[in-house]
Write a protein that binds this ligand. Structure first.
Ligand SMILES: C[S@@+](CC[C@H](N)C(=O)[O-])C[C@H]1O[C@@H](n2cnc3c(N)ncnc32)[C@H](O)[C@@H]1O
Length: 278
């Protein structure tokens, strides 16, 4: 009995420790060696930034066309129920612009909670399948409090952290930073990923589970720094925000999930939590 509980705790810890900031800091160099061994190509982008950008723009323009009758502040003040009725439209926009839909459902893995599945269409190899939403912290910024018991903190290769937790203090921080950065009535980030029906249907990447021996990775993480040329009116669909105002000048870091092979409808997405991205 005690042994079974201990084993359960140890296997949970093995998955969580890669998201626990003090552990990450203490194991940085060791991790990077392991990660390089696991991923083999820790430095390379699978898909060029231009391709990622054009895919996001295709989806965002379509979402925008559906929403342009409403002001950004009206969109921001929508209730969960109103988002619920528009979930169909956002999925329709995703299917039309990308050729597939994804959604959150109970994972096929026992005790793994929620996972992300392809629900319609086929994901081709090298497609932008999801985005990792959350507050972006530079390596020197304070995140210890937010990271406690938080399995959603993602570390990029340069030490930048993305907190994709949609609950508690993480949720409050995201909302507050997003409100701070709005330009008059114009929003520069999307807070609806904190609800059950994100306006940007890609913004569920934080729920992708880790691969295992019998469920190999079909997606991997890749950094995408939003260029200054990214249309201002479409920034309201980006599910990331900088923690500090002094980082407002640098390109916003987004993390996307790229398909490693063709993925059919019904399949669950799995990443490798060890994979370092660039
Ligand atoms: C970033 S969250 C992923 C979303 C999570 N499934 C949920 O419902 O909140 C990471 C956590 O999911 C669970 N998890 C992820 N991959 C798993 C796996 N292969 N087996 C068991 N649990 C897993 C672990 O609890 C881990 O700490």
């Amino acid at each position: 009995m005690f042994r079974a509980t201990l084993n359960r705790f140890l296997s949970k810890w093995k998955l969580y420790r890669h998201r626990f900031v003090p552990w990450m800091v203490l194991n940085l160099s060791k991790n990077e060696k392991t990660l390089r061994k696991v991923s083999g190509r820790s430095q390379d982008k699978l898909v060029p930034d231009e391709e990622v950008c054009s895919c996001l723009l295709r989806l965002f323009w379509l979402l925008h066309k559906g929403n342009d009758s409403q002001t950004p502040s009206a969109l921001a003040s929508r209730t969960h129920e109103e988002f619920g009725t528009s979930a169909l439209c956002t999925r329709e926009a995703m299917l039309r612009s990308l050729g597939f839909c994804i959604e959150r459902k109970p994972s096929t893995l026992p005790f793994a909670g929620t996972g992300v599945f392809v629900s319609k269409g086929v994901v081709p190899k090298g497609a932008t399948v999801a985005m990792y939403p959350g507050t972006v912290y530079q390596a020197y910024e304070p995140i210890l409090l937010q990271s406690i018991s938080n399995p959603f903190v993602f570390r990029c290769i340069d030490g930048v952290l993305v907190d994709g937790n949609d609950k508690g203090i993480s949720k409050m921080v995201f909302r507050s930073c997003s409100g701070r950065d709005r330009l008059g009535p114009l929003l520069t980030s999307d807070t609806s990923w904190l609800t059950t029906n994100p306006l940007n249907p890609l913004a569920v990447g934080q729920y992708v589970n880790n691969c295992s021996n019998d469920k190999s990775a079909n997606v991997c993480y890749q950094e995408y720094d939003v260029p200054s040329t990214f249309p201002l009116e479409l920034r309201q669909y980006l599910p990331n925000v900088n923690y500090s105002l002094d980082t407002f000048q640098r390109p916003l870091r987004c993390v996307i999930l790229v398909s490693l092979r063709e993925i059919a409808a019904g399949e669950e997405l799995f990443s490798n939590y060890y994979t370092i991205i660039h």
